[in-house]
Design a protein around this ligand. Structure first.
Ligand SMILES: C[S@@+](CC[C@H](N)C(=O)[O-])C[C@H]1O[C@@H](n2cnc3c(N)ncnc32)[C@H](O)[C@@H]1O
Length: 347
């Protein structure tokens, strides 16, 4: 007997109005099976050995790397394009590449497009993973070393993402771990989301975190075009249903702070507790920009009372956010931090 969830998903994908670019039935079936597997977190039970992932320093959790590996191995690729936007020293790319290497019937057009500026940033956490490099120095050689043996799968785009074109073909899997500023998020919406194929996936690595509110807000704005399938680590996996237009993406790219705040509050209501918590706490940064430190702190106190953090920790997560805000003082502090992220501070 067929799984009722499968039947429901089949109905949605086949019957859901799309933009005239409805998938071939054979693709629909394969994508539906894969969608169901994602909803059931198949990567957690099917890949038990982390050794499959290779070893490269990474900011991702093991669960996230297993997810990327599983997707590259098993998710139907209609166009053969996986985008790894923000690959740092290669952790995410290696998880994809080791998965692609195990893919049945791989075509030589199946590629991972890895995007990064490949510079050591002004950030102690990153510098700790990189080792003996100073801010502003290249780390491309470290990426290349970690991906040795997988070159045939890779198209590496080195440089500022804001100047980088998307792949020529449409995108099947768009992994975003680079939307660290509102500007980059808008650039991705305009230039990469517009190239997604219906049935393709977007993985937003900063969704279940506090620091990239524009990510949560824009996914709230695009709710009619995507369904959330799973959350692992900080990542949220979405399937694209089709129908996006350049007008919709442009509107998502220029949301005002007030619109972002409202979208985050409204969309959190229908989410499960973890993504709802992260969406609400991210909204504190929107208030930090709108009302300053005091407004954001009042909001965080209210959040602790009305929607407390849904896990135990020695330091409250909201205190971490308060500490960052007090350190930055106001929105100009945040802007300076973002602008000097890749500067060589020693000159
Ligand atoms: C969180 S790290 C990515 C972590 C990586 N996915 C991993 O597996 O460890 C974010 C990356 O975004 C890159 N980045 C940030 N702003 C960028 C920009 N404007 N252009 C290109 N890369 C950028 C940084 O260099 C950094 O490597």
């Amino acid at each position: 007997m067929k799984d009722p969830l499968y039947e429901l998903l089949l109905w949605r994908l086949v019957k859901a109005p799309m933009d005239g670019s409805a998938l071939e039935p054979v693709h629909s079936q394969a994508i539906l099976s894969a969608e169901l597997a994602i909803r059931q977190y198949a990567w957690r039970s099917e890949i038990l050995d982390d050794a499959y992932l290779g070893s490269a320093p990474t900011m991702l959790s093991n669960g996230e790397r297993l997810l990327l590996h599983w997707l590259a191995r098993d998710y139907p690729l209609q166009c053969g394009v996986i985008v790894d936007a923000g690959c740092f020293l290669g952790g995410s790319t290696l998880a994809f590449a080791t998965g692609l290497a195990l893919r049945k019937n791989i075509r030589n057009t199946d590629k991972i497009h890895s995007y990064d500026i490949f510079l050591a940033p002004n950030d102690n956490y990153s510098l700790g993973l990189i080792g003996a490099r100073r801010p502003g120095e290249s780390v491309l050689d470290i990426f290349v070393d970690h991906l040795r043996g997988y070159e045939r799968f890779l198209v590496v785009h080195s440089g500022d993402i804001l100047l980088a074109p998307p792949p020529a073909a449409s995108i099947d899997i768009l992994f975003i771990d680079i939307a660290k500023t509102n500007k980059i998020n808008s650039y991705l919406l305009r230039n990469f989301f517009s190239r997604l194929v219906p049935g393709g996936l977007v993985i937003q690595q900063d969704f279940n975190d506090h620091s990239c509110p524009w990510v949560n807000a824009s996914m709230g704005y695009l709710a009619n075009y995507f369904d959330a399938l799973a959350d692992d680590g900080s990542s949220r996996v979405y399937i694209y249903r089709g129908g996006l237009t350049s007008e919709v993406l442009e509107a998502a790219a220029v949301l005002t702070l007030q619109e972002q705040y409202k979208l985050m509050q409204d969309s959190a209501v229908s989410m499960t507790v973890f993504p709802a918590y992260f969406t609400r706490i991210s909204a504190a940064w929107v208030l930090f920009a709108l009302e300053g430190l005091d407004g954001a702190l009042v909001y965080l106190d209210r959040l602790d009372n009305e929607h407390p953090q849904p896990w135990q920790s020695t330091e409250k997560y909201s205190d971490l956010v308060r500490r960052s805000m007090r350190y930055l003082q106001d929105i100009s502090g945040l802007n300076n931090f973002q602008q000097s992220y890749f500067d060589d501070v020693s000159v």
